[in-house]
Design a binder for this molecule. Structure first.
Ligand code: PMT
Length: 211
């Protein structure tokens, strides 16, 4: 199979020295890329800014913002059978980006105006064709309802939901604790190394048997 995998955070600049971002380390997405490449699949990894070694035998495309990631996904999707969106794409970006460093100037309060970033999965929905789309859902509450809503609204075949408040799950850590949903079923997996979670996700994708 030819897989396109996204990993890590995006950074949305505020001025030349500051940005909005999130806690994603890229470990979950990189584990997927490593496992897929080790199985002999062709892997393109679109990575936000992370401090990880590039996976062996994968093409790595580096991006910074959500808009960059959308452009890279659109470009590389054409040659791929499967898209896995493990990246934690920032949902908001500053409405104005300063060309120069913002100064405090004695202010006691600062209000930032934000605007939504593009939703990558929603933007590429029409390009899906026969491809398999797998999303993640990072939740702090209502995990099941939110995962099912995102599965439906983002036109996904599978969604991997993690409750990021559970110790050992979600951002930065080496392990994850996830529930995987398709339109008919859900399966909760125990706390596992991210590489083992990646193995199980790839087993599920291979079982879809389209390729
Ligand atoms: O990187 P790690 O430190 O290893 O942490 C792993 C993780 C917590 C980042 C990962 O397991 C995870 O949950 N990734 C998805 C995080 C996320 O953005 O979830 P969401 O529920 O906000 O988004 C739902 C889906 O839509 C995701 O597949 C996301 O990639 C995608 N999305 C989100 C926003 C956006 N603007 N465009 C999108 O396509």
């Amino acid at each position: 199979m030819k897989l396109l995998i996204t990993a890590g955070p995006t950074r949305e600049p505020l001025d030349p020295v500051r940005f909005l971002s999130n806690r994603s380390s890229g470990k979950m997405g990189y584990a997927l890329a490593e496992e897929a490449a080790a199985r002999g699949h062709e892997v393109t990894l679109i990575s936000g800014p992370v401090a990880l070694q590039p996976p062996k035998n994968a093409q790595v495309v580096r991006v910074v913002t959500a808009a960059d990631m959308l452009a890279a996904v659109k470009l590389h999707l054409k040659k791929c059978d499967v898209l896995i969106m493990a990246a934690a794409v920032a949902d908001w970006r500053p409405a104005r980006v300063g060309k120069r460093k913002m100064k405090k100037g004695g202010a006691q309060r600062l209000t930032l105006e934000l605007q939504p970033t593009p939703d990558i999965l929603k933007s590429i929905g029409k390009l899906k064709g026969r491809r398999i789309f797998v999303g993640f859902a990072a939740e702090t509450h209502n995990l099941r309802a939110e995962a099912k809503r995102k599965l439906r609204e983002k036109n996904l075949d599978l969604i991997v939901a993690n409750d990021v408040t559970v110790p050992g799950a979600g951002f930065e850590v080496e392990t994850n604790c996830v529930t995987i949903f398709d339109a008919q079923s859900e399966e909760q997996w125990p706390l596992l190394a991210k590489r083992d979670v990646a193995e199980r996700i790839l087993d599920r994708i291979e079982d879809l048997g389209k390729f």
